[in-house]
Design a binder for this molecule. Structure first.
Ligand SMILES: C[S@@+](CC[C@H](N)C(=O)[O-])C[C@H]1O[C@@H](n2cnc3c(N)ncnc32)[C@H](O)[C@@H]1O
Length: 194
């Protein structure tokens, strides 16, 4: 059954909501302070913690989410933080691509969608990212098949992304306590179109 994401926000059934950005993203931005600033898309942005981390680091950020309540909360929290970002209500898998962006940042969207939609997910990433752009993904390597969250493996990620991207680096990031050791951060660069 498809997840009703808006209902999850309305009933406060949001175990993913940690009140802070991905620790792995925070460390990545601190470790790469000299990256050229550019545009970033955060699909499935939720209440926008990761969007605000990118914005605070000086990037031009767009968050997208399918749930109106997520977008409203993200806008409110971003204004309260005195930061600037754009938020779009929409379905990342089917709506016309925005961008193209210099970066796409993935954090618990890939594991949130039904696994049968993963080809659509890869197409959406490709449709929104510049050639040479970066896809930075905090992957959740759990075995679960009764999600969301739905599990994946490093092997599946390599199969899906290596035809289109070169892997720059990968590492096990610092995580929220309940995800320690279960995340794999992968920094991919999109191959030039042939
Ligand atoms: C598990 S939550 C993660 C939220 C956020 N990334 C975080 O880590 O706090 C998944 C989010 O993706 C959104 N979402 C699910 N399917 C989507 C889709 N097809 N397009 C855009 N957003 C989607 C949900 O509304 C929800 O906010």
């Amino acid at each position: 059954m498809e997840t009703d994401w808006e209902a999850r926000y309305q009933t406060n059934d949001m175990p993913w909501e940690k009140g802070e950005p991905s620790p792995g993203l925070v460390d990545f931005l601190a470790a790469h302070a000299r990256l050229p600033r550019g545009t970033v898309l955060v699909p499935g942005c939720g209440t926008g913690h990761d969007v605000r981390a990118w914005a605070a680091a000086g990037f031009t950020v767009t968050g997208c989410d399918i749930a109106p309540s997520a977008i409203r909360l993200a806008q409110e929290k971003t204004a309260a933080a005195g930061l600037s970002a754009q938020f779009i209500l929409g379905d990342f898998l089917t709506d016309d691509a925005t961008g193209p962006y210099d970066w796409i940042f993935e954090h618990t969207l890939f594991c949130a969608i039904d696994p049968s939609r993963r080809n659509d997910y890869v197409s959406a990433v490709l449709g929104s990212l510049k050639a040479g752009g970066s896809y930075l993904a905090v992957n959740y390597l759990i075995p679960d098949t009764d999600g969301p969250p739905f599990g994946t493996t490093r092997e599946e990620l390599m199969d899906r992304f290596s035809p289109h991207f070169d892997l720059q680096s990968e590492w096990v990031p610092r995580s929220y306590p309940n995800r320690t050791g279960l995340e794999l951060l992968m920094w991919w660069r999109r191959k030039a179109a042939r």
